[in-house]
Structures are given as C-alpha cells and as structure tokens.
Design a protein around this ligand. Structure first.
Ligand SMILES: *[C@@H]1O[C@H](CO)[C@@H](O)[C@H](O)[C@H]1NC(C)=O
Ligand SMILES: *[C@@H]1O[C@H](CO)[C@@H](O)[C@H](O)[C@H]1NC(C)=O
Length: 650
C-alpha cells in the first residue's frame, strides 16, 4: 500500500521540535528544577485555570487520538459517551472526593488508605495492581499507538522496529534526567496537540463538505470488497454486512443488547470505572489537590468538564470522516484485506487518525503534528517508567527486603522497568489483534478497577468499613476480574464475517465488559460489607474527617497506624544535591554550571505553631458563600449542557 511518505519539510520540523523540547526542558529544569510531581506536590497553591487545564491534559494523550478516532471510524459518535460521562464524574471528584481528601490532609491516595484503614497489605496490593494496569492499559497501548503513527508515516517500517525506536528514545530521555517530565513541555505539547487537532478537524470537515454531508456519507462508507460482494447475484449477507457502518452510528444512547455500547453499561459500568480513574487515581487526584482552596479545586473540575466536550468534535468526528475519505483502508472489512493494510485481521479503524494526519495535513504541519504526538507519547512513557520503578522499589521491594541499600534499590528499579517493557512488548500482538484500541483499554479497566472503586466508595460513605472488609473485598474482586481477563484474552478475537467460528462461551461473548464491571462492583461491595460486619469496627476517634459525613468534624484524630506514620515523619528528607561536585561526570558538571545550582536553598524552618496554622489552612474545606453558590450554579449549567448534548444525539 502506498502512503505518502514524509516530506523533507516534515523531517526538518520533527527534528526542530525535538531540539526545542530538549531546550525548553533544560531551561525550565534550570529555573525551578521542578518535575510534574515536585510542581504539583509543592503545596496547595494552584489557581483553577492550570488545574482544569492539567486535569484535561493528563487525561488526553496520543492514545486517545488513536483510540477515540478509531472507534469513531468503526462505530460512529457513540464512543463520545466516554467523554461526556467523565463530565459528571469530574463533578463527583470536586464535590465529594476532594473535600474528603483535603479535610483528611492527605496528598497521596496510599496516604489516605493508610489513615482510613491502617495496615500495609491494602497499599501493597494496590501498588501491584497499579503495575498491572500500567502494563496492560498504558504502556502497551501507548507503544502500539505510537507505532501505528510511525508505521503509517514510514510504511517500510516493521511494527516492532517502530516500538523499539520509541523505547530507545524514551530510554534516552529517562537517562537524560527526566527532562520531559517538566511541566512546561507537557503543557506546550498538549496545546500544540489541541491546536493541531483543531486545524485537522476544520480541514477534514471542509474536505468532506460539512456536518450534514458527513452524516450522510458515513453510512455509505463501505469498502470496495463489501460493494463487490453486495453486487453479486448470490448475496451472502452474513459476510457482506461487514464493513457497513452500524445503523445507530449517530446515536449516543443504544439498546441494552448493543454489542459495543449498551446503555446500562454506559450509565453504571462506565461510571464505576470512571470513578476509579478520576477520583482514586493519584495522577488525577493530585492535580485537584494542588488547588489553593476548595473553591479553586471545584472550579478546576468545572473547567476540565467543559474541555471534555472537545474530544467528540475534535477526535471522534474526524475519525468518522477518515473512514469516509479512506473507506478501503480505514474501513476495510475483509480479514485478508485488513491484514494487508495494517497487519491485523480484525479491522484497521485504529489507523483512522494517523491516516488523516498524513493524508490531508499540509507538509510541515503534518511533521509538527507527528512530532507532538510522538513526544507526548514518549513523555507519557517516561513518566510511567519513572513512577512504576518508584512504586516497585518503594512500595514492594523495600517491604520484602528491609535493609536494601540505595544501589540495590536503583538496580531493582531499572530491572523492574526492563521487565515491564518486555511484558508490554510481548503483549503487543494481542493489542494489535483487537479491533478497537479504546474498547480494549476500557475492557481491561473494567476487569481490574471496579474493586478499587467500590472500596473507595465504601471507605468514604460507610464508616463501618474496616481493613479486613476492604482487603478481602479487593482479593475476591481481583480473582473474579483476573479470571474473566485471562479467559477472554485466551481466545483470539473473531474477525467480522467469521462469527460461526466463535468458540467463546456465552459468558464472555454475551456479557459486555461494562456489565461485568457492574457485577464486579456489586460482588466486592457485598464481600466487603459482610467481612466488615463480621469483624471489629474501627473506633470513631480514628475516623474524624476521613469520611464524607465527618468531613467538617474538628475533633483531634488519632492515627491508626502510629508507628508507620512516625517512621515516615522521622525519615530524613531525601538527599537532593548533596553530592560531591568533583566526582560528578563532566556532563552533569556542565549542567550544574549552566544552571548555576551549586548552592541549593535550605528548606525554611518553621516553629511548631506555624506548622499547626499551616496545617489548619491546608486542610480547611471552608468556602465563602458567594463562591459556593457561583460554583454550584456553574456545575448545574455544565451538567445540563452535557445532558443536552447527550439528548441531542440520543
Ligand atoms: C457465506 O460466507 C461464508 C463464509 O465465507 C461461507 O462459508 C458460506 O458458504 C457462504 N454462503 C453462501 C450462500 O455463499
Ligand atoms: C479561595 O481562593 C480564592 C482566590 O483564588 C478567594 O477569592 C477565595 O476567597 C478563597 N476562599 C476561601 C474560603 O478562602
């Protein structure tokens, strides 16, 4: 298949972009030496605009562009419900979860669990689960979507070669000191990605002739093979119906039996996975917790909510247009044909966005878009690598081997990343065979995340939930979720037209993953409630301000896990730059010299009283009346708008 290769202008732009990213990274890491984490955990000081923007930016990535557009091409605008649903969940984050976390005075989710339940095993388990989710939903999906872009741009490239190129660049960046993890490069990247997305959206609408034409032509976007079969005298419909867009492609609300987006699954199952993603995942929650005060956090979630309307127009509809313009490749139906186009027998809709970028953007801009997608992806990979090696060494390895030395931890961290990468690469053939990347990510989330969601919901709303209940709920949920996960992926997906070869049992082929998520949530709640009731409750004095109902409680709280808490408090702060300048390698010396950071600022020293006052201010969830009213009204307006959009394309 002959795709336009890159123009030399594109290559120049790509090189220029990467040089610029590295330069910006160096300059701003000189200025404040701030990583995203440092930046966000530095204290509660953020205004609502950066909060809203970064909530949105940390959610959207190149995987989104590939996945959402691909599903748009495969089945119409329906996939946008994933984005619309998030609007409501963001309100739940701002109005229910953030007040509790703030009042509890926590910065991280493990810290909340420690205070709420005490003990270690829940946190260790959640760390392991985080690694699993990283491998199966983030690393492999990111690598795969990056590789699609690369192989579409350079058709002679093999998928695995593309993956290895991406990994090599990510490794270089990680070794280079996490330069990409600088907040500004991420921010600029997201902005360019969105601006590029806007340009591409406008160009694709112009190309197809407007919204009305898109709707009409989408339903006629059949590949040639389908047209030929349809024309044969001996019509074979079971076969030739493949490649025809579903009749409900312009509907957001679909019947309960719909194979891809049944409404009960969207209404409840998706809400469960989304509560996990938006309200209990560290990456997201820490952004909201960085707000100056609760009003700013809420305003930030409202802003992010408005931004969540964008993907439907910016990504999903261009994906549909891509199928119209390239029905033979993007919309291919014949398994053999598809294999020729994109190396997968179950469809090629995943190439919708890359194809659109490469085919209709002008040279130069095309290179820019490609560069932004690649660098967003690489920065997301490096931060996943960083955090997974931290999780593994700090939360898991240090507990197994108490006396591990720094060097040992460092080596273990690196080895952990290598293993994760190896597993992810081994998993890519499975991802490649999935027809829709976005559904794949959501399915895995629905198998692994609902137990966590139910434990958080119980922890916040029912003070009787105790450590035993939470832990055994999680364990039962893990077994049930893993069973379905492994069972489902032990069968290869069935390409269109070969349904009679479907040997999967009904429980897998008929129970939608979102419905499974609902069942899983219910199961875990039942187990957790029963086990909690059978075991001793946690005394009230440990729980002030840790549940939704006690968030305004001002009584002194005892610490459930006193020893652990003291150990954490007594632990000397991590050594930042206490290294012998002369023993540094030359490039680090040069770096320090350029940045002029030989002398580090000492942390200011506070008296005990000052710390108390500081703490009071940080954990306050007081809001002024005006702010509260304005925000409530805004939230209602936003949700009404979301319901309107939902209803308009019902
Ligand atoms: C329809 O297609 C299937 C699968 O290719 C084939 O097995 C079957 O014989 C076809 N039926 C007719 C009537 O052509
Ligand atoms: C929260 O911060 C805003 C400024 O961003 C301020 O106007 C408002 O009064 C603050 N609310 C409280 C309760 O301090």
């Amino acid at each position: 298949m002959a795709y336009s290769r890159l123009h030399w202008g594109d290559i120049l732009v790509i090189i220029g972009y990467f040089v610029a990213v590295i330069a910006v990274g160096i300059i701003s890491s000189c200025r404040n030496r701030g990583s995203i984490n440092g930046f966000f955990l530095a204290g509660r000081s953020m205004h609502w605009i950066p909060i809203g923007a970064s909530l949105f930016a940390s959610n959207i990535g190149s995987g989104h562009f590939v996945g959402l557009a691909g599903s748009g091409a495969a089945g119409g605008i329906g996939i946008a419900v994933f984005e619309l649903n998030a609007i409501f969940i963001l309100m739940i984050l701002g109005w229910i979860f953030v007040p509790v976390y703030t009042a509890a005075g926590v910065y991280t989710m493990p810290e909340y669990l420690r205070k709420r339940f005490g003990g270690q095993r829940i946190r260790i388990y959640l760390s392991v689960l985080a690694l699993l989710l990283y491998v199966f939903t983030k690393i492999s999906a990111d690598l795969y979507s990056g590789a699609i872009f690369l192989t579409q741009a350079l058709p002679e490239l093999n998928l695995y070669v593309a993956v290895i190129i991406l990994l090599a660049v990510a490794a270089l960046f990680t070794i280079g000191g996490g330069l990409t993890a600088v907040i500004w490069t991420d921010f600029i990247q997201t902005i360019i990605m969105l601006v590029g997305g806007f340009v591409l959206m406008i160009m694709s609408f112009i190309k197809v002739g407007g919204y009305e034409r898109m709707v009409k032509e989408y339903f006629e976007a059949w590949p040639n093979t389908t047209k030929l079969h349809k024309g044969l005298p001996n019509d074979n419909y079971s076969y030739t119906d493949c490649g025809i867009p579903p009749a409900n492609s312009m509907n957001l609300i679909r019947s309960a039996e719909d194979g891809s987006l049944p409404w009960p699954g969207i209404m409840f199952g998706l809400t469960i996975s989304s509560v996990w993603y938006w309200c209990s995942d560290q990456v997201i929650v820490q952004r909201a917790l960085a707000a100056k005060n609760l009003s700013n956090a809420k305003a930030g979630t409202i802003l992010a909510g408005y931004l969540k309307f964008l993907p439907m127009f910016l990504i999903v509809m261009p994906g549909m247009i891509s199928r119209i313009l390239f029905s033979d490749t993007v919309g291919c139906a014949d398994p053999d044909e598809c294999f020729k186009v994109c190396g997968s027998r179950s469809g090629c809709t995943n190439i919708a966005y890359p194809t659109l970028v490469l085919e209709i953007m002008p040279p130069g801009l095309r290179g820019l878009m490609l560069a932004v997608m690649m660098s967003a992806l690489i920065s997301s990979l490096t931060s996943i690598f960083n955090s997974s090696s931290t999780i593994f060494t700090m939360d898991i390895w240090r507990r197994i081997r108490k006396g591990a030395s720094e060097v040992e931890l460092m080596i273990v961290g690196r080895v952990c990343v290598l293993i994760l990468v190896a597993v992810s690469i081994a998993w890519i053939p499975i991802v490649q065979n999935i027809s829709e990347l976005f559904h794949y990510i959501q399915a895995i989330t629905s198998y692994l995340a609902p137990p966590v969601c139910s434990i958080y919901v119980l922890a916040i709303f029912w003070k009787r939930t105790n450590e035993q209940g939470a832990f055994w709920g999680l364990m039962v949920g893990l077994v049930a979720g893993l069973t379905r996960f492994i069972w489902e992926f032990s069968y290869s997906p069935v390409p269109c037209g070969e349904e009679e070869n479907d040997i999967r049992p009904d429980i897998i082929s008929k129970v939608h993953y979102l419905h499974f998520g609902i069942l899983l949530f219910g199961l875990v709640v039942i187990v957790a409630v029963i086990v909690s009731l059978l075991t001793a409750p946690i005394e009230d004095r440990y729980l002030h301000r840790l549940t939704f109902w006690s968030r305004f409680d001002t009584r002194e709280r005892s610490d459930l896990d006193k020893e652990e808490a003291e150990k954490v408090a007594k632990k000397p702060p991590p050594v930042v730059a206490e290294v012998d300048y002369d023993s540094l390698p030359w490039y680090k010396k040069a770096f320090q010299w350029i940045c002029g950071i030989e002398k580090m600022n000492d942390a200011p020293v506070f008296t005990e009283e000052e710390i108390k006052i500081q703490e009071m201010k940080q954990t306050s969830i007081h809001e002024t009346k005006t702010w509260r009213r304005v925000l409530n009204v805004n939230a209602i307006v936003l949700m009404t708008l979301a319901i309107f959009v939902w209803g308009f394309w019902a």
